[in-house]
Design a protein around this ligand. Sequence first.
Ligand code: ADP
Ligand code: MG
Length: 259
Amino acid sequence: MSASATSLPGTAGETSGQPLLRIEDIRKSYGELEVLKGVSLTVAEHQVVAVIGPSGSGKSTMLRCINRLEEPNSGRIFLGRDEITARNARLNELRRNIGMVFQQFNLYPHLNARDNVALALRKVLRQSKATAYATAEKTLSRVGLAEKFTAFPAQLSGGQQQRVGIARALAMEPKVVLFDEPTSALDPELVSGVLAVIRDLKALGYTMVVVTHEMGFARDVADHVIFMDHGQIVEQGPPAQIFSAPKSERLRDFLSKGL
Ligand code: ADP
Ligand code: MG
């Protein structure tokens, strides 16, 4: 369990925590195409931030910059006091603190659920097999997969595979967990089970950034909502404001089209 999860029963949902993740004016181009045009964002400890916006607006690129799967061209990103974007940042340690859950799960097909979760514990944290398996089993049980330790990805439903993906991220005890459209690849009937897991994590106090098309979920669960369009944060605020009283034409348009 993350350190953050131990300290706050009853306070989840409040947003008075210390700033944990700070993104300062990041820009990213692919050739001529400027995909992030100066994005700044602060996520407090225990806060859940939902990121919404049309396809191609730069949501995934922003998340990928946070764990340095992509290098921003300029701007800085901090996790606590550590600068993620520093040239000499220790990437393994950084990524250990930044869990990432992908739309397409990104599980290893030749490894069972327990080995998928244990792999980074063994390779990055250098845990013994027994220790890594114990953590993997505990974490898989937490996401409702106690019966599935030895199942391979192909033997699991999409929702179960995604829960393995979540368990894999949690097992490293990250300080923040990033979700990139975690339910977009799922059959509709499997979406709610995965969203329920993310709700549980909020109740445990996890700090999370969730890119999602599930507006109902964003409205219910997020403390703060970011609307991105064309590489910029166009509007942000508490869910009630974003969904009930959007200010910008672009956000109103986005919400009315249900895109
Ligand atoms: P979103 O997640 O909001 O749909 P992305 O961050 O995936 O948006 O993409 C933003 C823009 O950047 C899109 O126009 C996309 O085609 C482009 N893009 C993303 N990754 C790359 C890449 N590796 N090379 C070139 N263009 C990219
Ligand atoms: Mg995306």
